[in-house]
Ligand binder design. Sequence first.
Ligand code: FNR
Length: 367
Amino acid sequence: MSNANILFQPFKLGNLELNNRIVMAPMTRTYSPGNIPNDMVVEYYRRRAEGGVGLIVTEGTCINHKAATGYPNVPFIHGDEALAGWKKVVDAVHAEGGKIAPQLWHVGGVRRPGVNGDEPGHSPSGMGKPGKVTGHAMTKEDIDEVVAAFAQAAKDSKEIGFDAIELHGAHGYLIDQFFWDGTNQRDDEYGGDLAQRSRFAIEIIKACREAVGPDFPIILRFSQWKQQDYEARLVETPEALEAFLKPLSEAGVDIFHCSTRRFWEPEFEGSDLNLAGWTRKITGKPAITVGSVGLNADFLPEDGFVEFKSAEPASLDNLIQRMDNEEFDLVAVGRALIANPDWSNKVRDNLSNDLVAYDKDMLKELV
Ligand code: FNR
């Protein structure tokens, strides 16, 4: 392997100081009975901090709204008990020298009644996927309520000691459903061209900024791909990406988390830059890349996991080279960190041969 040092250089943004460039990707694990992160969850995150991860982004954790949840046993980020559970997680991670941000989540139209109540899914146009109305099209009052719930979650997160927040604006959940023309067919000020479809996200970012003050980092995760349609894209050109990202950046995003399934894939023809590379170049803000680091299996949540034809481009050499070239600042690691809580320390110590290969059966327990 080439010199891995860049991965282990500290990162500083305002008050946020990370020991290294490695981020734990947010991963839903559904091990929070009663929607309360318990001691198993505390231990799960503590082990990743002990294993050397610079910044942990938690699994998606649901804001205080009647339709925010989509899956059983997902943690909430509201209510005394859930917040007390998260505080234990935060304290355990800090005791290991790590940093941690919650991923604030509203699933939108993906929700089906029955999980945490009978409320139907809420989404821009009543659709969880394009063309299929299964739920409730949000009114202006609904929108205001959700914006306020995101802001409250941001405020509470700061109060219990989290180091930053991440807004889940990716993968076809609520915020992304507003971005996506397939699921946003509104004819009011929240629909129309991409700039208008971004209005909902911008209101959330501004409300969160207001709630946490100027020095508390706000990370926005976004993606071109959607769980409902892997081929769907928000933008086709760097110019369109710029038009999309600039207003989000100006609204108060500090770090962009650019979700791709394979970090080495060029985003647009004519350049090797990936989505994070373009985002950093366009916004001048730090960018997190992600996608199959340390793996040879593709990420397809609905269809299971499929092998790559070639594992070669996923090499750490490729990743480090791109970081050396300042294409992006941070790298998120998902499944490799489920398989190896000490992934960071093993890579740092050149013990890659000791790393365990990821297997989806590992999701059957929380260790
Ligand atoms: C995920 N992913 C994910 N993403 C997200 O933004 N919020 C979430 O709650 C989840 N949940 C989740 C659960 C599980 C079991 C997996 C495997 C993945 C996507 C994840 O953050 C990451 O982007 C992908 O896994 C790709 O990274 P790796 O695994 O290839 O390093």
